[in-house]
Write a protein that binds this ligand. Structure first.
Ligand code: ME8
Length: 643
């Protein structure tokens, strides 16, 4: 059976600015989708690139005092060098200054011209000599060009026009009969509403006497092509239009990805251009919203432009990829903040996924000599297997429909199910009980298998992390069962006997500065209370008791008594606790404990402890003293006050 061909494209970015968060988002989405489609079994091609002609670029080059050619080479290289930092694996990086592109643009112009859909006519507009372009009324401030502070001249210029209006009804019919042509639906409605008014024809040339940085019209070399008529055609050039084998293979599967700012050129100019050139329309247009920064528009003048290279340096590539896909509901605007990235990293990645991985692997290491154990064939644990199937089904649907945040939500529901599975089954208790060896093996096998499935579905989103997980599980990333969901999406493919490989933390926690707390009154010196003595209510109120979630636990070197705990309360803290004789580190991770949060920090074995864990004194089964942690329901969020 032949595989479905999918061709995903990003906008080609103007080289008048350096890559920023918005460009990075579109390109990460396209990369993730292309990897997802491969996982689904499609034959995929992925293209990105740069848009290098037109007024804007000439202006930007002039500002830098260099020739356009040198300028575009420099900035295009900046884009090209940024994408590997984000683990973007495109098949072609296209530039509108590429020779093959120039040839295809000229070919299409000629075809449309020969078909009678390009005509010569007069154009009147407000021309600013300083800007060397026509301005529209909206751009003027008090009737003047805001940059040059002069009133633009009314100019009548002869130009070439594309008969776009001729295709209006055909386009409306196509959108109506193909509900998925423009998605999400809000943008489809926006396009239909725009098309409810008569469409004007499109001016597609600029006199070369005024702008010569462009592609000459094949039928009149005194003119260059308008930048949009040039840029949109990149989608055809990149797959070898008109007669390359890739064109016939991939074009029917073309899916364009853009943000809402360029909806009109993609949903109106482009399909009508294709109609006029006698080429089938693309399959889908996916439109996303805008990233704002701390609730304000990202802009150079506000100094809040977020650079992808900085994000990777600060947080790591996979944290950024995960964050951007999880945080933005595709189609709506989203707000970027450093706190939000850190919160996602610490909660979803370091805590939920990272701990599941390290806890499971360290238990297999400890109890099964670092090899995947053989499960008991009769012992099925249906609930976990059902949760895995539900995750795969939902993931496939949501990711395929560009609802990445919901796809990831489904994955994290399974992560939570696997973490609960550890808490319910208490492998450490099974290990203590000699009778329970078969059950222990089944539980640990199921955890390894859950992690294998997670690595598989996370491949498109966090390719580096998924590979690390596979290596940790002793699976080669090239192995057959890790290539597609069809091959690897079934339960039970982990091989007993596979040796694990030691992997460091998947996601280090990122420290947040503790939020400023209201100053709490100190307990008076003379109230070091003995049991039975009374205290004032105010004294009790001064003790800040909180629920903390343990997210990391390890033995303190050279101490039999102490454990170093990393907790969220909700901010990250380190607490040293004398419970090593009563609890193994892996029993604690993921568990809620009660802490005294405003105890003066104290140094224990060289580690600063920021609080104290409360325990009850009890006895173990042999009658020996044991500290027991009071149970706090897992539904209480870290930081919940005890009152
Ligand atoms: O329009 N949030 O190029 P461009 C999200 N060359 N995405 C954003 C964004 C933001 N704040 N800012 C930019 C052009 N983007 C043309 C395209 S295609 C044939 C020609 C992303 O450099 C988003 O994908 O202005 C948007 O559509 C694109 O960058 C615009 O890039």
């Amino acid at each position: 059976m032949s595989r479905k061909a999918t061709y995903i494209t990003t906008p080609i970015y103007y080289v008048n600015a350096q890559p920023h968060l918005g460009h990075a988002y579109s390109t990460v989405v396209a990369d993730t989708y292309s990897r997802f489609c491969r996982l689904r079994g499609d034959d995929v091609r992925f293209q990105t690139g740069t848009d290098e002609h037109g007024d804007k670029i000439v202006e930007a080059a002039a500002k830098e005092g260099v020739e356009p050619r040198r300028y575009v080479d420099t900035i295009a290289a900046l884009f090209r060098d940024t994408w590997p930092l984000l683990n973007i694996g495109y098949d072609r990086f296209i530039r509108t200054t590429d020779e093959d592109h120039i040839a295809v643009v000229r070919q299409i112009l000629q075809k449309v011209y020969d078909g009678g859909d390009i005509y010569f006519s007069q154009y009147s507009g407000l021309y600013c000599t300083g800007c060397e372009r026509f301005l529209i009324e909206r751009e003027l401030v008090d009737g003047k060009c805001p940059d040059h502070l002069v009133a633009p001249k009314e100019i009548t210029e002869q130009n070439y026009f594309f008969s776009m209006s001729k295709y209006q009804q055909r386009l409306i019919d196509h959108i109506r009969s193909h509900p998925e042509f423009v998605t999400p639906e809000r943008y489809r409605n926006e396009v239909l509403s725009f098309l409810s008014d008569p469409l004007e024809d499109l001016c597609i040339s600029r006199p070369a006497s005024r702008l010569n940085w462009g592609i000459r019209l094949p039928f009149d070399d005194k003119y260059v092509t308008y930048v949009w008529f040039d840029a949109l055609i990149n989608y055809l050039t990149g797959i070898g239009y008109p007669d390359g084998p890739r064109f016939s293979h991939y074009w029917a599967g073309a899916e364009h990805l853009i943000a809402k700012d360029i909806l009109k050129p993609h949903a109106i100019y482009w399909p009508t251009m294709l109609m006029a050139a006698g080429i089938d329309l693309y399959r889908k247009l996916h439109v996303h919203g805008y990233w704002n920064v701390d609730e304000t528009k990202m802009s150079k003048s506000l100094g809040n432009v977020i650079r992808p290279s900085q994000l990777v340096e600060d947080y790591g590539v996979d944290t950024f990829r995960y964050f951007s896909l999880r945080e933005m509901s595709f189609g709506l605007d989203a707000s970027f903040s450093h706190d939000a990235v850190i919160a996602r990293n610490n909660a979803d990645l370091a805590n939920d996924l990272g701990n599941l991985f390290s806890r499971s692997l360290s238990m297999i290491e400890k109890y099964c000599d670092s090899t995947v154990p053989r499960p008991d064939a009769a012992d099925k644990d249906r609930e976990l297997q059902d949760a895995a199937r539900t995750m795969c089904d939902s993931y496939l649907k949501q990711m395929g429909d560009f609802r990445f945040h919901l796809g990831l939500q489904a994955v994290w529901e399974f992560v939570a199910a696997a973490n609960r599975y550890i808490v319910h089954n208490e492998p450490w208790a099974l290990a203590r009980d000699g009778q329970q060896q078969p059950r222990l093996q089944t539980v640990l096998y199921n955890l390894a298998e859950s992690l294998r499935l997670l690595a598989l579905v996370l491949k498109p989103v966090m390719p580096g992390t998924a590979e690390k997980m596979m290596r940790g599980l002793g699976i080669s990333p090239d192995s057959e069962e890790m290539q597609t969901l069809e091959q690897g999406g079934r339960w039970g493919l982990s091989m007993p006997g596979t040796r694990l490989v030691k992997i460091r933390n998947l996601f280090p926690r990122i420290d947040v500065k503790p939020r400023k707390e209201a100053v709490k009154p100190e307990l008076p010196q003379d109230t070091d209370q003995q049991a039975g003595q009374t205290i004032e209510f105010d004294q009790f109120k001064a003790v800040d008791l909180r629920v903390a979630r343990v997210v990391g636990a390890e033995r303190v070197e050279k101490s039999e008594r102490l454990l170093k705990l990393s907790v969220l309360a909700p901010e990250a803290r380190t607490i040293v606790s004398g419970i090593a004789g009563s609890y193994a580190p892996e029993e604690l991770v993921g568990r809620n404990v009660i802490i005294v949060a405003n105890l003066k920090p104290a140094k224990l074995m060289g580690i600063v402890s920021q609080g104290m864990v409360l325990t009850a004194q009890g006895r173990d089964e042999n009658g020996k003293d044991r500290f027991i942690l009071p149970a706090v329901d897992q539904s209480v969020e870290p930081g919940g006050r005890i009152a």
